[in-house]
Ligand binder design. Structure first.
Ligand code: GLY
Ligand code: MN
Ligand code: MN
Length: 431
């Protein structure tokens, strides 16, 4: 289950049509140090991977549609028996051409010498100043050189345009090939959550539940899409809690936010449930508000709707629920407009999901112009209520009675926008 070479070719062709007489430069992800001379497992940059399927570091991809022969060029690490003995197989320049469809390929060491032929005749550069600071500096130097020599040459780029703006709309719409892998990532994520729920019991530690989840991912050849959050009791009120050291207590809720990454695509699921199998009345009350918010928000995920709609729907249900409990008071429209609910609900209701967990694509195109939902987009729907032990309501709002404190609930599903509405891809995990 992988993306075919013909799909990669099609992706580059689609982008090249937009680039026209420009040249686009994409850089592989930098390696990251874990400690001393030990590195984290390498993970390719998502833009680079989307266009090439090439997962080695120290590579540069060029799209130069105006070039007579070399429209797709790869600079890659040369084959090197000693290096390969230590670090693993390299495709080299021959592999880049034969297996990845490059019209031309060079050793990365020849970048300075070979790059000019692809950028001196184009009228603009497309580049995203990304995580590789050293490479960003090289692009600035290249730019300075091109501008300095422009007057004698009479050709060359006059602007650097951030490639995200022309490229990311393409990444937002998932192809049938991508959806096949995405469904697998969701299925594994769901399976792990279901196992974790069975496994969780009073006395176990959060990290034991984490191990059970990540065991399921690993057995299928995947891994965690992001650091798994296994947050019991009041830890559920910490949005990015990843310590996972606490022992589960009787009457705890357990919030698990974990997703499987497989074939470069990611699941992202949150479920919250009582460790001993039974909600306290307060936990049940809060859970039901979040559940209603989530179900109503999912109903609002429909082709043609503006992106903010499902968030607005969730906020309204949450505010109404908290008002019914006396935790928010006043006029509902004012509470919403002035975001007085934020001490309880401080994040947005979702994000695009794909090669990146917080995937590529704009949410807005202008101050008031929202992205419209379209078939093929994948997003999360993840409302929550977090009543931290030390919660501070905004001025003029009531103090929160002790009985509500320490309750944190989030429910998150991954949703595909379809022609007729949507499909919840993670429905196998009960709510
Ligand atoms: N687990 C990351 C997120 O929900 O955005
Ligand atoms: Mn999410
Ligand atoms: Mn999540």
């Amino acid at each position: 289950m992988t993306i075919t070479q013909s799909e990669y070719r099609q992706r580059r062709a689609t982008l090249m049509e937009k680039i026209g007489t420009g040249t686009a430069i994409f850089r592989s992800a930098p390696s990251a140090v874990m400690h001393n001379d030990v590195e984290y497992n390498y993970r390719q940059d998502s833009d680079f991977y989307y266009l090439t399927g090439f997962n080695e570091p120290q590579a540069v991809a060029i799209l130069a549609p105006h070039h007579p022969e070399h429209k797709f060029v790869l600079f890659v690490q040369d084959k090197d028996p000693e290096k390969e003995t230590w670090h693993g197989y390299l495709h080299g320049v021959d592999g880049a051409k034969a297996l990845f469809g490059a019209d031309e390929a060079y050793p990365i060491g020849e970048l300075k010498e070979k790059l000019p032929q692809y950028v001196t005749e184009c009228d603009r550069l497309y580049y995203h100043f990304g995580r590789d600071k050293g490479f960003n500096d090289r692009i600035i130097s290249l730019w300075q050189e091109l501008i300095k020599t422009y007057s004698k040459r009479g050709t060359g780029p006059k602007a650097i345009y951030d490639s995200n703006f022309i490229f990311h709309p393409q990444r937002m719409i998932k192809s049938p090939g991508e959806l096949e892998i995405i469904r697998k990532a969701m299925k594994l994520s769901a399976e792990a959550h279901n196992r974790a729920r069975e496994f969780a019991q009073v006395g176990r530690y959060e990290y034991e539940i984490q191990a059970e989840i990540e065991h399921t991912f690993a057995l299928a050849g995947g891994g965690p899409a992001y650091p798994s959050i296994v947050a019991s009791g009041p830890n559920a009120c910490i949005l990015h809690y990843v310590e996972n050291r606490r022992q589960l207590q009787d009457n705890d809720l357990l919030l698990i936010d974990a997703g499987c990454s497989v074939g470069y695509y990611n699941g992202d699921i949150t479920r919250t449930f009582p460790v001993n199998g039974k909600f306290t009345p307060e936990q049940k009350t809060i859970y039901d508000i979040v559940l209603q918010a989530q179900l109503k928000a999912i109903e609002a995920v429909k082709t043609g709707e503006p992106y903010h709609k499902f968030h607005d729907v969730a906020v309204r249900v949450i505010v109404e629920g908290l008002m019914d409990l006396g935790l928010l008071t006043g006029a509902i429209e004012e509470i919403i407009k002035e975001e007085k609910y934020k001490p309880f609900y401080m994040h947005k209701t979702g994000h695009w999901l794909g090669l990146d967990v917080h995937d590529a694509g704009l949410y807005k195109h202008g101050k008031e112009i929202w992205q419209t939902l379209q078939p093929g987009q994948v997003l999360t729907v993840e409302p929550g209520i977090y009543i931290g032990p030390n919660i501070k309501p905004v001025e003029g709002q009531p103090e929160v009675p002790e009985k509500w404190r320490g309750i944190g609930v989030r429910i998150e599903d991954d949703v595909l926008v379809t022609e007729s509405g949507n499909e919840v891809l993670t429905a196998e995990v009960p709510k």
